[in-house]
Ligand binder design. Sequence first.
Ligand code: COI
Length: 355
Amino acid sequence: MNLPEIVNIDITKAPISKINQVDFDNLTFGNVFTDHMLVCDYEDGVWKKPTIEPYAPFTIDPSAKVFHYGQAIFEGMKAYKDESDDVWLFRPDENYIRFNKSASRMAMPEVPEEVFLGGLKQLLEIEKEWVKKGKGNTLYIRPFMIATGSGVIAAPAKFYRFMIILSPAKAYYSGEVKVLIAEHFSRAANGGIGAAKAAGNYSAQFYPTKLANDLGFQQIIWTDDATHTKLEEAGTMNVFFRINDTLFTAPTSERILDGITRKSIIDLAKRENIDVEVRSVLVSELVEAAKNGSLKEIFGAGTAAVVNPIVGFSYKEEYFELPKIENSFATEIKEKLTNIQYKLAEDTFNWTVKI
Ligand code: COI
């Protein structure tokens, strides 16, 4: 695909760049932002002219609905630099489509393609020095939209702000990830907003995740809200299980995010002749497989974390450590996926898009 060009945009450059103050070798995820941001306001049914301006705080009415009713959505994307200094995106059209699905679910206006994708292209052209070469270096892209319209009546706002901010990033997790299987808390319910990238889906995880952290686990594997018997997602990621030589992941649903990394992994694994089954995996199956030795791997998948192996899980206070194996699917798939993203391997799927 080709990204649309944006012509109708005002650009104000930052007087000096912060880039020389950044220690690119020691980044913690999501703490450093580039010099510029994209801003586009929606007022009374119309998207205004977008701007690219110096990254800075802005004022917002204390009664804005984002504060009171959490009307807010976001996306997570990454830019990669290849050996020839070209900058690439990975399946940005999928992020754009999903963003507008989230917008509809949250009764927010859809963002025009020219603003989302054209604006992002323009922003990345300005910030391309922030995308560092070398595998593991990325520029994390955070498009988001908030309800800026004021008034505490519980109804959709009339005013919104769409923004894109950029953050140089390396790994999302540092260290091993052990997970707790949810027996009481839920991430999402049928009919709810689990399939949307709504801000509230993530803040709702903070409390149960904090309880899990206190017990020594980094993340929770979410189970279905009705029965807590089906394995659904891992923390902020989709989740895969390898039992013997078959890879399992739950089907997307109203409760599960349609992850772009998730669907890319399914396609890649199939291409590599790995057996993939997209079906609900029961907690009882996982425990049984851990006990009889057929459970080989669990890994999370998401834009920020890419492919993240899980070293063990706990269920009903019993802890199961995963075996250390050679020829791990997680390692192989991560290698193949990132090789495509960094243009180190042929992109037979046409997933990469040049800026
Ligand atoms: C991503 O993987 O990009 C996400 O949106 C998850 C977020 C919590 C970092």
